[in-house]
Design a protein around this ligand. Structure first.
Ligand code: EPU
Length: 418
């Protein structure tokens, strides 16, 4: 079993470079199987989710080569294979193979997605989109079976909830459908724009990505291209939170500031001083941080994925604050663990209530999901004494070389294997 051991309280200083976005790459990889020749993705993060997706591609008889953050995907000899169980169930983003196989083969059998437990994570909007395009969808015993007896036809799809996954899946499924598809109430996350940029380079005709109405005119075929992935705004936000907590001046490289506007606005409200450059952000040492309250919302609102990483920072500030996660109200598994480290946080229905300032001290805690893990790493960096974090695989699913990156800033953090 892997464990992270952190001796907290050490000042952090230096530079850190952000990798390509996890939530982009997990959609770009399935999208690549729709091409008729090799797709090259640059800036691919070396995370467990990427390795799992590569295994799934290989099971589809897709050739891959992954080296130095460049992933080559050659789907020329791809075959339609049912995947009800196995690796496909190990990550949430496997659901993108539903849209991709539907588009590529007109059929697919995909085991229901796993991933972090954040409370209920339905896929009704994905299924509604596929059905609108003319697909038959059978969702039984944890396996989704898709077929298209009469091909896919463009349709008007209204999303009842704003969903990143359902928006991307509706795009994937409609790119090669006959005629025009209009997705209304679409999600506007930067990762959606990234997927659409790749697909349009491949030959798709998609307009409106980044707005709540996306229009897709079906095309016959898609070609292999080269694409560089956008930087991971959640990884950047996580290290910014660490920099605010313990930094003596940290420069974060490879950042698109606009993707982090709501997070940065909250840090500024807390009293954090930053310099923003073309593609980097410098975080000054912080003192006397102010408590804030926040509410997570679909993009461009405050990201649910940064709610957990900012919580330990809020816990050490003075006053009463609240967090309301409107996307995943049950995303609270970090709270009891932070309380074991000395935080004073209460989950009150859909509201997280913080009373600060708390002095954090080392403890043995468990990372029960990816961002809860990020939250505990930050708490461990702040805390006096030794913090031992289990559930490390959850963290490695989404953060490239987190130990090495933090060590380079001066953190006393190690991964040990029992
Ligand atoms: N929802 C439905 N029906 C659906 C789909 C979603 O009711 O068919 C609801 C969800 O329950 C949730 C809301 O809609 O309340 C938004 O969910 P969304 O579909 O946008 O989430 P997702 O696509 O499954 C992605 C990221 C998550 C991130 C959310 C929200 C990937 C692989 N995952 O999930 O990332 O939290 O968007 O931004 O892109 C993470 O990186 O730690 C992570 C969990």
């Amino acid at each position: 079993m892997k464990k992270l051991v952190i001796h907290g309280g050490k000042p952090l200083k230096g530079e850190i470079t952000i990798n390509g976005a996890k939530n982009s790459v997990v959609a770009l990889i399935p999208a690549a199987i729709m091409a008729n020749s090799e797709v090259t993705l640059e800036g691919v993060p070396d995370i467990q989710d990427v390795h799992s997706l590569i295994e799934i591609l290989n099971d589809f008889n897709v050739k891959t080569h992954f080296e130095n953050n460049v992933l080559k995907i050659d789907p020329t000899d791809i075959i339609s294979i049912p995947m009800p169980t196995g690796k496909i169930q190990s990550l949430r983003a496997s659901y993108y193979f539903m849209g991709a196989t539907l588009s590529r083969f007109g059929e697919g059998v995909i085991g229901l997605p796993g991933g972090c437990f954040l409370g209920p994570r339905p896929i009704d909007q994905h299924i509604k989109a596929f059905r609108s395009l003319g697909a038959n969808v059978n969702d039984e015993y944890g396996v989704v079976t898709l077929s298209t007896p009469e091909g896919l036809n463009g349709a008007r799809i209204y999303m009842d909830v704003v969903s990143v996954g359902a928006t991307i899946n509706a795009i994937l499924a409609s790119v090669r459908a006959q005629g025009r598809t209009i997705i209304e109430n679409a999600a506007r996350e930067p990762e959606i724009i990234d997927v659409v940029t790749l697909l349009n380079k491949m030959g798709a005709k998609i307009r409106g990505a980044g707005t709540s109405e996306i229009r897709i005119d079906g095309v016959e075929e898609l070609n292999g291209v080269t694409h560089t992935i956008i930087p991971d705004r959640i990884e950047a936000g996580t290290y910014m939170a660490a920099a605010v907590a313990m930094g003596e001046g940290i420069k974060i490289n490879n950042v698109i500031y606009e993707h982090l506007e709501s997070f940065i606005a909250k840090l500024i409200e807390m009293g954090v001083k930053l310099d923003i450059f073309e593609d980097s952000i410098y975080v000054y040492p912080s003192k006397d941080l102010k408590m804030v309250s926040l509410k997570t919302l679909p993009y461009p609102g405050f990201a649910t994925d940064l709610q957990q990483p900012i919580t330990p920072l809020m816990a050490i500030t003075n006053g009463h604050g609240t967090i309301m996660d409107t996307i995943y109200p049950a995303r609270v598994k970090h709270i009891p663990e932070l309380n074991r480290m000395g935080a004073n946080i209460r989950v009150d229905g859909d509201m997280i209530r913080l009373e600060g300032p708390s002095k954090l001290t080392g403890a043995q805690v468990k990372a029960s999901d990816l961002r809860a893990g990020a939250s505990l790493v930050i708490a461990g960096l702040i805390a006096e004494g030794e913090t031992i974090i289990t559930g490390v695989d959850n963290i490695l699913r989404g953060y490239t070389n987190i130990v090495g990156k933090l060590q380079a800033l001066g953190a006393d953090i190690q991964m040990i294997e029992d």
